[in-house]
Structures are given as structure tokens and as C-alpha cells.
Design a protein around this ligand. Structure first.
Ligand SMILES: *Cc1c(COP(=O)(O)O)cnc(C)c1O
Length: 400
């Protein structure tokens, strides 16, 4: 088998460490299953993206939905990051961490009136509207509060992000955003929306996008809209290109922050306005792992099963997206042979697996296995299915 190694999760004497802390030491206290995050990873990725775009006026809004742990949100807030929130709950988390409301933007295809009210009352930097009916409601709510809501329309640019269909959002067939022609019409109906100030234009074409081309073509499409509006006297201050930057789970060829910047800066520069980014996965996926302990192993009809104490309720990505997560032993034993096995959890569903037909070191009851790249869309999607406890989360600050 091969091992997913990084400077944040690395083997010392065949034993896996997070930063410079032994996982076994953590596991003694935490038990399993447990999520473990490297603080430095979050910081390094943020700085990397931020500095790649230093040439242009920009703000990064960490997408809270990828990992909503308050301590994680605080790491970003402390670095001056803005936050992209998707619900009342995420907005309350952002406020709890103490992020100022002019650094929060609100997304979501189906905001309720109480969510919109909360957003307007808090005078957020931008509310992203995804339908004409939503604009009408935002306007009504802002009117009733005697306020003006800052709004950006989420435009669906109809480009193919070439990712898993469940996480593609920028195609005409997807539920997200407003098509270009309707968006232009709505932007120009200023008199209809007297309690709305149009401050921006927004897109988010999907997640786990591994090439820059879909971003470039979507930004080009939206730039046209941006300039068309400008020619009609509608001057937008913010151009929000959403999140979706792909990461490496399993030898994917992704692009670096530098390559991303190189491809986009020429187009973005022309806009001469402030650019927003909303990365989630890019900042959090490889910051975290889920550690499980082997409960049983068995050979059934010539198939090996490794039954661990983590399940689909802890990490659902393999079950819903067929997502690949590298799984490797916390303690490498070079005397053990490799086998092909399904790594499965205790939940009463055949869809409860973390890996299928995986080449992995033969393990035995009591061994610890690390499920890599689990920092994004891991804990945030955890549930209490089968009345299982949700796993604890540990943030490691081991490099000083
Ligand atoms: C999910 C989401 C993001 C973050 O997506 P990633 O793929 O994790 O970068 C950003 N913006 C919006 C509107 C989203 O829905």
C-alpha cells in the first residue's frame, strides 16, 4: 500500500503524527472515532491563497459549511478572513466567534424569512439572492426593518465544472442561481427593490473542481454581465467567484494557488473591483483525519472485511459520493502483508463503508486506522444515525 504523507500528517518511526504530536497519545485520551485537525494546515492554505492574489484587491471568505467547528472558524477569523455562511446556524456560529458582520456573506438557495431577517438586521456585507421571489422577500423584510440590504445576485453561468454531479452547481440544469438574462433584468429593476442596494455579482459553479478552465470561462461570462451592467450605470463593487477549488484525495492532479491566480488575475484585473473567494474544501479537507479503531476482521465468501468503529454517520462522503479517502494504519507494521479489503462501519446499511476493495495492511482488532483528507464535509455531515454518538474533534497546535 502507499501512504498519504504531508508535513502535517507524517510518520515518525512508522507511527503517524499530527504536526509533531503522536496520534497514539491523543487517542489515549480521546478514544475513537475522532476527528483530528492540524491548525497549521488551515493557516498555511489560507496564506497561500491570499498571497497568490496579492496583486488584486480581494477578500477570502472561508466557507463555514466545510468545517464549522468554532475553533476552526476562529483560526480563519484571527487571520482576517471573512466568512461565507449558508444558514441561520452558520451565521450564529460566525457571530459567536466574534467576526464582524461586515466580513460575513450569506449564501443559500432556500433562505427562510427568519434567516433573511437575521441577515438584514445584522447588516451583513452581502446577501446572495438566488431567485426573483427571494429578492422580493429581501426587499420586503428590509423595508419592514427600515434598512437597506446589500445584495449580490448569484448568477448561474451555465458552465460544466466537470466534477461529481451531486456537487456541480453551475450548470443550467442545477437548482442554483439565476440565469444571465433574468439576472440582468433584475439588476436593472432598481425601482422595484427600493430597500436593496446591489453591491455585487456572485457565482459558485461546483465543488472539488480540479482544473482552472471552468473558473476562467465562468468568470469571463460573468465579466460580460458585469460590464454590461456598468454600461447601464449599475456599478457593482464586488465580484464573487465562489468556492470549489479541488484538493488531492487520491492522486488527483489539481492546480496550485499560484496556477489559479495566474489563470484568473488577467481577467479579474480588468474588472477593477474587489474580488471575493469562498473556498471551503481547499482550506480544510487535508487539515483533518478521522481515526477509527478496528473492531473485527473477517473473511466472508473470499472477501476481507475490516470492521471499524467509525461509520457512515461519522463520514458520509464514501456512501453518498463514492468518495475516495485514503486509509492507512496509525502504526505501520512492515511485517504485515497487504490485503484487499472493504473497510466498513457498524451501521445497519450496506452503504456503510469507508472504502471498498482497498489494498491495505492486514490489521487486527485494536489497530488504529486513519481516514485521511477528512477535514472538509466530514464532521459537518455527521449524524446520530443508529443513535450513535457523534465523534469528538481535536485541534492540534503542535508546531511552535
Ligand atoms: C459549498 C459552497 C462553497 C464552498 O465550496 P468548496 O467546494 O468547499 O470550496 C462556497 N460558496 C458557496 C455558495 C457554497 O455553496
Amino acid at each position: 500500500m502507499n501512504y498519504f504523507n504531508s508535513e502535517y500528517f507524517t510518520y515518525n518511526n512508522n507511527e503517524l503524527f499530527c504536526e509533531n504530536i503522536s496520534l497514539k497519545d491523543i487517542l489515549k485520551d480521546s478514544g475513537t472515532p475522532v476527528y483530528i485537525y492540524s491548525k497549521k494546515y488551515f493557516i498555511d492554505r489560507f496564506n497561500e491563497l491570499d498571497s497568490a492574489f496579492k496583486e488584486i484587491d480581494h477578500t477570502i471568505f472561508y466557507a463555514v459549511k466545510s468545517n464549522f467547528n468554532l475553533s476552526v472558524i476562529k483560526i480563519f477569523a484571527d487571520m482576517g478572513s471573512g466568512l461565507d455562511v449558508n444558514s441561520e446556524g452558520e451565521l450564529l456560529r460566525a457571530l459567536k466567534v466574534g467576526v464582524s458582520t461586515d466580513k460575513i456573506i450569506f449564501s443559500g438557495v432556500g433562505k427562510t424569512s427568519s434567516e433573511i431577517k437575521l441577515a438584514v438586521e445584522n447588516d451583513l456585507l452581502m446577501i446572495k439572492a438566488e431567485s426573483e421571489e427571494e429578492l422580493i422577500l429581501i426587499n420586503e423584510i428590509a423595508f419592514s426593518l427600515n434598512m437597506t440590504a446589500r445584495v449580490g445576485i448569484r448568477v448561474n453561468p451555465d458552465v460544466d465544472p466537470k466534477t461529481h454531479p451531486y456537487i456541480s452547481t453551475g450548470l443550467a440544469e442545477n437548482k442554483f442561481g439565476i440565469d444571465v438574462a433574468s439576472a440582468i433584468k433584475l439588476y436593472s429593476q432598481k425601482d422595484r427593490f427600493k430597500n436593496i442596494e446591489y453591491t455585487g455579482i456572485d457565482m459558485h459553479i461546483g465543488s472539488q473542481i480540479t482544473t482552472v478552465e471552468p473558473f476562467v470561462s465562468a468568470v469571463e461570462k460573468l465579466s460580460k454581465v458585469f460590464f454590461m451592467l456598468k454600461s447601464e450605470g449599475i456599478n457593482l463593487k464586488h465580484f464573487d467567484l465562489g468556492g470549489g477549488i479541488g484538493v488531492e484525495y487520491h492522486n488527483e492532479k489539481t492546480f496550485s494557488a499560484h496556477e489559479f491566480a495566474e489563470a484568473l488575475i488577467p481577467v479579474l484585473k480588468k474588472l477593477d473591483c474587489k474580488v471575493f473567494f469562498e473556498p471551503g474544501r481547499y482550506l480544510s479537507a487535508n487539515a483533518g483525519i478521522l481515526v477509527a479503531q478496528v473492531l473485527y476482521t473477517k473473511l466472508n465468501n473470499k472477501k476481507n472485511f475490516i470492521i471499524v468503529d467509525a461509520a457512515m454517520n461519522d463520514l458520509i462522503r464514501p456512501s453518498i459520493y463514492g468518495a475516495y479517502h485514503h486509509i492507512q494504519p496509525v502504526q505501520i507494521n512492515y511485517n504485515s502483508k497487504d490485503i484487499t479489503a472493504d473497510v466498513v462501519g457498524p451501521v445497519c446499511e450496506s452503504g456503510d463503508f469507508l472504502a471498498k476493495n482497498r489494498n491495505i495492511q492486514e490489521s487486527k482488532r485494536g489497530d488504529y486506522l486513519a481516514v485521511m483528507s477528512a477535514g472538509a464535509y466530514g464532521m459537518v455531515m455527521a449524524s446520530n444515525y443508529n443513535t450513535r454518538r457523534r465523534p469528538p474533534e481535536i485541534l492540534v497546535e503542535g508546531f511552535n
